[in-house]
Write a protein that binds this ligand. Structure first.
Ligand SMILES: [Zn+2]
Length: 80
């Protein structure tokens, strides 16, 4: 299959520093409530070439996230 930018699983991106398309490294930047933010950097020079947000629980499976109740172990004493 030729290059497909719809789903955007980039294996190569144009690097302005190398002035050519380079293979990219995918690095997890942030874990957001809406998904995970990945950064693409040039495998050759390490320059940041772009970011991608992957939505959906890829790290935490749904059944595991269910047993860990958020807010239960958290104790916020706002009243003094
Ligand atoms: Zn580069």
């Amino acid at each position: 299959m030729p290059q497909q930018f719809g789903t955007f699983t980039a294996s190569e991106l144009y690097c302005p520093k190398c002035q050519r398309a380079q293979p990219v490294r995918e690095r997890l930047l942030l874990i957001l409530p809406s998904g995970e933010l990945y950064e693409f950097s040039c495998a050759s020079c390490g320059m940041s070439l772009g970011k991608r947000t992957v939505s959906g629980p890829t790290v935490a499976p749904p059944q595991k996230a269910r047993s860990a109740r958020p807010g239960r172990g958290r104790l916020l004493t706002t009243h003094v």
